[in-house]
Structure formats: structure tokens, C-alpha cells
Design a protein around this ligand. Structure first.
Ligand SMILES: Nc1ncnc2c1ncn2[C@@H]1O[C@H](COP(=O)(O)OP(=O)(O)OP(=O)(O)O)[C@@H](O)[C@H]1O
Length: 801
């Protein structure tokens, strides 16, 4: 019999043997696939508009054939493929009495007339025994659906039927349908399997009506779960297939069967469930329909994964080919034709055994490690490298290295293997995360944060700060408790004016130290963890020199886009912002300022050293002069000696004293000239430093306005140096700079102590120097001012010629 090549459900016709075969109505084509039905027009009517001819093309016809032929032609292939891992379904459909149960189960007493199920069991176990390379496990379930209620025909416990039915329910897992609570009995042999079949058969619901004395009043699904594993290969994959052998209850016309009472009710359920099945098949066969209502009945739900799709499905359409059953025959053939349109793409159900998979992965891992070790040995210097997972200690060391790398005390991270690289990246990520969290926490402690875009929609700078707890009455949605980022508009009375802001800022000095710590953290927020460390100070200096030489140094306002990416939603205090400015936008100018200051400090040191030397020389001169005077007086007391030219003769000691005195005076003059030159240079440097200070302040004001206060980008660029802020109302640039420096210094207790110490020293010096004459005091004070202005505490010159 030629097979259809299309991937659809296969459908075969089987006729029940009868002596009243409607040969004038039903004819079979020579291809053994075509059924033609010709009904004579009704003799009682003048015009018969009903269709009188039908032709159905199926996958095969079995007219008056025995059970073996049906099994071999229809069932055997599906069963063989189920042993290969494919799901399979063999289903009998037709009117009551058409021979469905006969086809599926057959006469249990008559061995030659046994049906598909017992033959399938025999074939399966014979086939399993012949497949020596595989181990099979067969489990059997027998489900009955009676009046749309499920019943376990193989239940072992003697439980009341109602309770059993309640315990059964249909579930789905990744497209596979299963009945929860249904017992699956292991059958290790054909005999055990047949016993289960007989056991289930005895529990089936059977009734009697005119057309069938032993009519099945239920749908029965005999299921074999077949698990197949390869014995030879240590493959973690194995197959689990489900073979459903379905004997549907037969549709019946109540007018013909005369069923009443219970039988009538049963017939109603049967017909209803078959209608749902037909509807499901209709939808499955229609490509345009996406939805199939399988849950309409227990039958369709239980067969959801057993009709077409991944399942190898075969249907036998049983017909009773007598004239009186013509309508049922046509109806069955129509359903058969529809079933033939249901697509089927059978696929093997492979399952991965997790235990086996782990075993295989371990083996492969071991093999790869050995390969790697061999490779490292052959390629020289990688022989000492370990590929084991990193220990706690190693991870701790990596974290230390990363932290040192970030703060610049470690130049580069040594890369050893992939595990270490991953650990480095993870550590850097964690550091970034924790730093982000700390910064956010600090912000939350101090500010009510709000989105900058939202701020721009409000009326400018007034809404920059909001006061916790003042948003009481309107419909704004901003968070004002300081615990989260605000997402709404603060009411106007909750906004703080610039004056209030100034007060707030000043009142925050108590937390200055924490702000300082915050500033250092803030710096690390923007650090992107890379394997290249930050530029060294030398590199920065050389870059600074280059930029100064190139005359196009840019000290202007920041590029808006770049700033807005890193800008917090709420402005920091000016001191914090000033520190940030010095690190970022004002770094070049700050570097020049620092350079000038360093030069000035160096000169001041030189100046102090020179002063100390001058004082020393002065002391030597005084002493030498006194010695020389003493010697001269001694000589005069002894009487003067002169040579023939009348010149006074002195002794050697006096001569040396005089020579030394002259030498000291000469040195003194040189040093004093240098001292005066140095003094001018220091004054010049001081001017440069002052200029830089002023410039820094101006640039910072402009930057701060553009970055945090100004909302009008056009006007801020037009302003050049930026708008006048609240500080400029009260202070000039130098005062502001000094105040900010002091505030920063005051934030650190050590620095406070240092400043106090310097001031005390300065006081002492002033007291001492008050005893000097006016000229000396003026000179000394000038030097002291220069020495101590930056905290230099050197010995001051206390005497001048
Ligand atoms: N191919 C066949 N060869 C011999 N007897 C048959 C055949 N088909 C059906 N019969 C007989 O017809 C009668 C009804 O068959 P069967 O019970 O299998 O029908 P059914 O379709 O299952 O009906 P129901 O739906 O009511 O259960 C039985 O006595 C059976 O022996």
C-alpha cells in the first residue's frame, strides 16, 4: 500500500464484517485508498437537493481483514518508532458497534482475534529482547474517561470511585500532558503487561443497547511509558516515549439505540465529548486557526499531546457498512478526512540524565586539565600556573591588589589566568558598587535628591534644595524625607532661598569631616576600573608644561554634556564643589597655581637658609671684630712697631683676624645681595600665586554657576566668568579663597592644630622682634611674613650689619 509522504496524521478505514454490506452504496477504489458512497435520491420527494455522492481518500482501506493484517499494516510501525523514542498514538474512532474495541483489544478469549493492544505488548517485549544494546523500562497506565470523569483502571488500593476521580487531574509540563494521580505500573515482561491489561479490562464500564450488547460506555486510553537507555554508550541522554492506544466510545443516535436512563445519559456524554474532539481536530487541521480548545473536555485535554504535532499518530476509522448506518459511516469518513489534515512532525523525546551529565562533565574537565597541563609544560614558562578555583586567601589578595591599583600605589595587575582575570573584574565591580552605595547614602543623609530634568522644569534655582518634611499639602509626589530620590515637584514654600541656602551651608560645618571623606569617595566614583592605572604626577606635570607652552590652554566653563553625566542632582556645598573643581575642570589652573606656589616655597626656603647664613656670618663678623679689637689694643699697649717705611707692624694672629674679618664681610655682602634679589623674586612669586588664586576663584564661580546653579545655558556662556553668587555679595575673591581654604583646613583636626601652632610661633617672633631697632624689626617682619605665610618654621635672622 503506497504511503502518503506528507507529514500528517495517518488514517485508515476498517469495516466491520457484515452479511448486509451496502454494496450498491459503498464501493472501494482500486488504489485501496478511496471510498465512494453513492446514495440513491429519495423516492418519496419530487426534488432531492441533498448530496448523494461522496468520495473520501484515506491512507488505506481494510475491508474484511483479520486482526493480524491490521496490526502489521497500521500499528507495527508506530510501536517500533515508540521504542526509538517517538511518541505514538493509535486511535479507533467510529459509531457504536463498528468494531473499535474489537480492533483495539479484540477477544481476550480468542488468541487469533486478539487486538492491537495485546499484539503490541507481545511485539514490544520481543523487540526489547532483540535490542541487546539498550535497556528498556516499561510502565503501564490505563485511564478510563466515563461521563467526563477520569478513572484509574489499574488502581491497586480499593478506594471509592468518587475519591479516585477527585484525585486525578490533568497537568502539563513543557508541552507534555500527564494525569496526576494516575498509577503507572511497571511491567517487566509481556505476561505482566497482559495481566495489567486484563486487570484494567475487568474494570471498564460496559453497557448494553440494541446495537451492541457489550458497548463500551467510556473512552479508554491504554498508555505505555517507554524509557530507553543505551547500555554501551555512557551518554547522559536517554529517551522517554509515550504510546497511547485509544479506544474511543462510539457515537450513537439515541433514536436508533433507544437508550434511556443511565444509558441515555452516558450517550449524551459520549456524543458531547466526541463533538469536542471533532472540534479540536477541526481546529488542528485548519492552518488559520491558532487556538485549539483542548480543555473543553477531559478526553481532548488528555489527548492534547497525542494528536499530531510531535506525536506519530494513526487513526482507524471503524465503520459498519450497512445501509442503515450510512449517515454514521459518512460522518465517520468526514471526521477521518479532517483528521488526515492534522499536521504531525514526530520527534524523539530526548531527556538529559543530570547525574550522568555531571559524570561526563567531570571526565571531560579532567581530560581538558591534563591537556592544559601538557600544553603549559611544552610552552615553557607557564608550567607553574594553577587552574584550580581561587581560594578565599587568593581572592582576598586580589581585592587588596585591586584597591591598591585604584589608589595608585600599585602600577599594574599581574595577569596569570582566566580565573584571576574574572576575579579582578568581579572585585572591581564590587568596589564600584559599594562606592556608589556609600556616595548615595551620603547624599541621602544630607539632601533630598531630585532629578535634574525635573528641576529644570521648576522655576530655576529656588527649587534646588528642598527641606525635609515641608511637603504636606499639595499633590506633589516628591520624596521629602531625605530617604529617597525625589520624583516630583516640591511646593514653593518648601523651597529654600539663596540666603537660607547660605545659612544652611554655613551650619553644615559640623559635618565637615564627613564631607571631606565624602569628597575622597566622590573622586573614586568616577574611576572606571581598567587595567591601566591613573597618570602619575610626573605625567601630569609634563602634560601641564606642554599645555602651557601651547598657549591654547582652556580654562573656560565645562562642556555641558560631559558635566551633566557625572553631576549629582543636588549641588554639593561650595567647599566640596571647589575641591571637585580643582580635581577636574580647574586642574590645569590649579596645577599652575601649585607650581607657582612650589617655586615660591622653594625660594622661601632658600631665603630662610640665606638669612640663617647671614646671621651666622654676622655673628662671626662680630666675634672676629672683637678679637681683632682686643689684639689691636694689646699691640697698642705694648707700643707700636713700624718698618723702615713707617708702616705699622702687626703680629700673625692679628693679621689672620683682620683677613678673616674682611673675608666674612665680603661673604656677608654677597649673601645680602642675594638675599635682596631673592626677596624680590619671592615677592614676584607671591604676586603670581595671588593672581592664580584670584583666577581659580573666578573660574570656579563660573564653573559652579554653570554646573549647579544656572539653568539657562545660553546666558551662562554669555556671562563668561559666570553669575555673581551669594558669596560675592559679601566677599571679594581673595577673601573667598582664604575662607574656603580655612574651612577645608578646619575640617581636619590635625590641620587645625598645625595652624594654631603656626600662629603661636608667629606671636612669639613678633614679641621677640619688638626689642630690635625699627630698621631691623621691619626687615625681620617682612621676612617672617614670607616665611610663615605657608607654614615654614625656619630660624629667622636676628641681626643685621
Ligand atoms: N472485524 C471484526 N471481526 C469480527 N467481529 C467484529 C469485527 N468488528 C466488530 N465485530 C463484532 O462486532 C461487535 C461490536 O464490536 P465492538 O464492541 O468492538 O464495537 P464498538 O465499536 O467497540 O462498539 P461500542 O462503541 O459500542 O463499544 C462485537 O461483537 C464484535 O465481535
Amino acid at each position: 500500500m503506497p504511503q502518503r509522504t506528507s507529514n500528517k496524521v495517518k488514517v485508515y478505514l476498517r469495516t466491520r464484517p457484515t452479511n448486509n454490506f451496502a454494496s450498491d452504496i459503498i464501493s472501494f477504489g482500486r488504489d485501496n485508498r478511496t471510498v465512494t458512497i453513492h446514495r440513491a435520491p429519495s423516492a418519496n420527494t419530487v426534488v432531492d437537493n441533498n448530496v448523494t455522492d461522496w468520495s473520501f481518500h484515506l491512507d488505506g482501506l481494510f475491508h474484511n481483514v483479520n486482526q493480524e493484517e491490521i496490526f502489521n499494516a497500521v500499528a507495527k510501525d508506530v510501536i517500533d518508532r515508540s521504542l526509538d523514542g517517538y511518541n505514538g498514538t493509535i486511535m479507533c474512532y467510529g459509531q457504536t458497534g463498528a468494531g473499535k474495541t474489537h480492533t483495539m483489544t479484540g477477544f481476550s478469549e480468542s488468541y487469533p482475534n486478539r487486538g492491537i493492544i495485546p499484539r503490541a505488548l507481545q511485539h514490544i517485549y520481543q523487540e526489547i529482547n532483540s535490542r541487546q544494546d539498550y535497556s528498556y523500562s516499561i510502565r503501564i497506565a490505563y485511564l478510563e474517561i466515563y461521563n467526563d470523569q477520569m478513572c484509574d483502571l489499574l488502581r491497586t488500593v480499593d478506594t471509592p470511585n468518587d475519591l479516585i476521580q477527585q484525585q486525578l487531574s490533568i497537568g502539563e509540563d513543557r508541552g507534555l500532558v500527564y494525569v496526576k494521580g494516575l498509577s503507572y505500573r511497571i511491567a517487566n515482561s509481556e505476561e505482566e503487561a497482559l495481566n495489567l491489561l486484563f486487570e484494567g479490562e475487568t474494570s471498564r464500564s460496559i453497557g448494553q443497547h440494541i446495537l451492541n450488547k457489550q458497548s463500551s460506555r467510556s473512552h479508554c486510553i491504554f498508555t505505555l511509558l517507554i524509557e530507553c537507555r543505551s547500555i554501551l554508550a555512557s551518554d547522559e541522554k536517554y529517551t522517554v516515549s509515550k504510546l497511547n492506544l485509544v479506544d474511543l466510545a462510539g457515537s450513537e443516535r439515541l433514536a436508533k439505540t433507544n437508550s434511556q436512563g443511565i444509558a441515555q445519559r452516558e450517550a449524551t456524554f459520549i456524543n458531547k465529548s466526541l463533538s469536542f474532539l471533532e472540534q479540536a481536530v477541526l481546529n488542528l487541521s485548519d492552518k488559520k486557526t491558532n487556538t485549539v480548545h483542548f480543555r473543553s473536555s477531559k478526553l481532548t485535554h488528555a489527548l492534547k499531546d497525542s494528536i499530531g504535532g510531535r506525536c506519530n499518530t494513526v487513526m482507524i476509522a471503524n465503520v459498519w457498512p450497512e445501509t442503515q448506518h450510512l449517515e454514521e459511516t459518512v460522518s465517520t469518513l468526514r471526521f477521518a478526512s479532517r483528521m488526515m489534515c492534522v499536521p504531525a512532525e514526530p520527534a524523539v523525546n530526548e531527556v538529559v540524565d543530570p547525574i550522568k551529565a555531571v559524570e561526563n562533565y567531570k571526565k571531560e574537565n579532567k581530560y581538558l586539565r591534563e591537556e592544559l597541563a601538557l600544553h603549559d609544560t611544552l610552552h615553557g614558562n607557564r608550567s607553574g600556573i594553577s587552574y584550580e578555583p581561587l581560594s578565599e586567601q587568593q581572592l582576598y589578595e586580589i581585592e587588596n591588589q585591586c584597591r591598591r591599583f585604584i589608589d595608585g600605589s600599585l602600577d599594574e595587575l599581574e595577569i596569570k589566568n582566566v580565573r584571576q582575570v574574572q576575579a579582578v573584574f568581579n572585585t572591581l565591580k564590587n568596589i564600584c558598587k559599594s562606592t556608589d552605595g556609600e556616595v548615595e547614602k551620603k547624599y541621602r543623609e544630607r539632601y533630598v535628591l531630585m532629578d535634574k530634568n525635573e528641576y529644570d522644569q521648576t522655576d530655576g534655582q529656588k527649587a534646588r534644595y528642598t527641606v525635609a518634611g515641608t511637603n504636606q499639602n499639595d499633590n506633589s509626589t516628591g520624596e521629602l524625607d531625605g530617604q529617597g530620590f525625589g520624583s516630583g515637584n516640591a511646593p514653593k514654600d518648601a523651597r529654600t532661598s539663596k540666603d537660607q541656602l547660605l545659612k544652611m551651608t554655613k551650619n553644615k560645618r559640623g559635618v565637615k569631616a564627613s564631607v571631606q571623606r565624602y569628597v575622597s569617595k566622590l573622586g573614586s566614583v568616577n574611576v572606571k576600573p581598567t587595567l591601566k592605572r591613573n597618570t602619575t604626577e610626573e605625567e601630569q606635570m609634563s602634560r601641564l608644561k606642554d599645555s602651557r607652552e601651547s598657549t591654547d590652554v582652556y580654562y573656560g566653563p565645562p562642556e555641558t554634556g560631559a558635566k551633566e553625566q557625572t553631576q549629582p542632582s543636588t549641588p554639593p556645598t561650595r567647599n566640596v564643589a571647589f575641591e571637585e573643581f580643582r580635581q577636574t575642570r580647574g586642574s590645569n589652573l590649579n596645577a599652575i597655581y601649585q607650581e607657582n606656589k612650589d617655586i615660591m616655597l622653594a625660594k622661601k626656603k632658600q631665603f630662610a637658609e640665606l638669612a640663617r647664613r647671614i646671621n651666622q656670618t654676622k655673628g662671626d663678623i662680630d666675634k672676629t671684630r672683637m678679637d681683632a679689637e682686643r689684639k689691636k689694643n694689646e699691640r697698642l699697649n705694648l707700643g707700636e712697631f713700624t718698618n723702615e717705611n713707617g708702616e705699622t707692624i702687626i703680629d700673625e694672629e692679628e693679621y689672620e683676624l683682620i683677613s678673616k674679618l674682611q673675608e666674612l664681610k665680603a661673604n656677608y655682602r654677597v649673601d645680602f645681595d642675594n638675599w635682596k634679589t631673592l626677596k624680590s623674586e619671592i615677592a614676584y612669586c607671591q604676586n603670581l600665586v595671588n593672581q592664580c588664586q584670584q583666577r581659580l576663584i573666578q573660574e570656579f564661580d563660573s564653573w559652579f554657576n554653570d554646573s549647579y546653579l544656572s539653568t539657562n545655558k545660553d546666558t551662562r556662556s554669555a556671562n563668561g566668568l559666570g553669575k555673581t553668587n551669594q558669596f560675592q555679595v559679601y566677599e571679594d575673591a581673595a577673601e573667598r579663597f582664604e575662607r574656603m581654604q580655612k574651612e577645608l583646613l578646619m575640617s581636619d583636626l590635625d590641620m587645625f592644630f598645625l595652624v594654631t601652632q603656626v600662629r603661636l610661633e608667629r606671636l612669639k617672633i613678633k614679641t621677640r622682634s619688638s626689642a630690635f631697632d625699627t630698621k631691623k624689626r621691619l626687615e625681620t617682619h617682612a621676612m617672617q611674613d614670607l616665611w610663615y605665610e605657608d607654614g615654614i618654621n625656619e630660624t629667622q635672622p636676628d641681626a643685621f650689619m
